[in-house]
Design a protein around this ligand. Sequence first.
Ligand SMILES: Cc1cc2nc3c(=O)[nH]c(=O)nc-3n(C[C@H](O)[C@H](O)[C@H](O)COP(=O)(O)OP(=O)(O)OC[C@H]3O[C@@H](n4cnc5c(N)ncnc54)[C@H](O)[C@@H]3O)c2cc1C
Length: 428
Amino acid sequence: MGNVDLSLSSLGIRRVFYDQPEIKGHSNHGQPIDAGEQYNGRAAMHPFSKPEETNSMYLNTNPEEAAFLDQVREFVATEVLPNTRTWERNTEFPDEIWPKLGAIGLLSMTLPKESGGRGYSCQSYVQACRELAKGDPALAMNVAAINALCVAHFVRFGSKEQNDKYLPGIVSGHIKLAWGLTEPDAGSDARRVQTVAEPLPDRPGYFKLSGKKMFITNAGKADLIIMIARTSEKELSAFLVETDQPGFQNVERIHTIGVSASWTTAFDLVEAVGWHTPCRFEDAIGLLYRGRLGIAGMAVGIAEKALELAVEYSKQREQFNRRLCDMQSVQNMIADSAMEIEASRLLLEKGASMFDMGLPIIIEASYAKLFASETANRVTNRAIQIHGGRGMTYEYLVEKLWRDAKLTEIGEGCSEIQRLVIAKQVLK
Ligand SMILES: Cc1cc2nc3c(=O)[nH]c(=O)nc-3n(C[C@H](O)[C@H](O)[C@H](O)COP(=O)(O)OP(=O)(O)OC[C@H]3O[C@@H](n4cnc5c(N)ncnc54)[C@H](O)[C@@H]3O)c2cc1C
């Protein structure tokens, strides 16, 4: 079968929302044709909540943070958007992305200034995740987890010696990180972790870890993994495990339908040496609350991007002598999407503001993650619907956003777990 021209220009339609040249070639069976085809700097911004005219009740960043978020938007426009398809096609990020992320401050947002970080608010953290997701959701997911689960772990539980050894390299992007909780038999029920940690008698503070981990983001690339392991029948704790050691074995790539550049990995620990960061399981897992806000930020960014693309497409495409955007059924999809995104964003920003005020955010983090992730899945689904057949092709980015959105309903606690958390808080 020959190639079919799917581009808007083939319909005699001008693609006003791209500064990029018209699509020239076509993909063969799932090979995206051009990394940044549907993205450019202008398109990276959501038309309904431009940062320069913030309509947020909660967003209150200081001038330094505002400048940082501008820099993130610029970075997304120049370094992320044009490469997102290539990274997906290669199913990995290039190594040089990490020092670039470090240079902007995306790996040290949540690290206090006195520890060599930027010391930004949770609000800035979630906004950065949101902006990154408009360019590449997988990158947003990585940055979200590195900040909220890994760097925050050092801040909360790391000794001076541990922090001095690792934080400078982490902040600069030269030490790549992962966070290892999930195992073949321990997913939503995280307490089932079977990886065992036993003290090394001749090395105080060090343990040997044995077990299996799976679905660990970036673990195949990471230099250091924060590993959750069992120290006794009832107790779990966390350990710093360098991957450059004989006990880190059988590293196996897990290919996923979305966020596929993020190198999801399974591996075995065979008496791997881990440096203990003394903490209770509940406290280590407590870092997930801010982490869930990061995933909610990612979901909002995905949804915003999908809606933006759907709106622009609906203004271009004509059927029955009318533009799609003039049809009420299409307008309904756009209205529902815009409203759900707005509600998601408000939940997100409320949760982040509460975190910044030092208030507990257990229920707010679940509200934001649950609502925003389900919104992202609905909105990306509608965006494909509005694109019709073209939406199901690899030439239009709505299909990628739809696949990437699925992770937000599963990672850092699936939707059913978020509902359990909410119900438990409401019923107590
Ligand atoms: C791309 C990707 C990246 C990931 N990155 C990481 C990472 O970096 N580090 C890490 O530790 N983990 C990571 N994970 C793992 C992720 O956190 C788990 O997949 C998730 O917590 C769900 O666990 P599970 O897959 O074992 O599903 P299960 O726990 O087996 O659940 C399967 C389904 O059963 C239902 N279910 C489960 N429990 C309940 C319940 N109590 N009530 C109602 N329904 C329920 C839900 O529908 C759920 O989706 C990643 C996963 C993916 C896909």
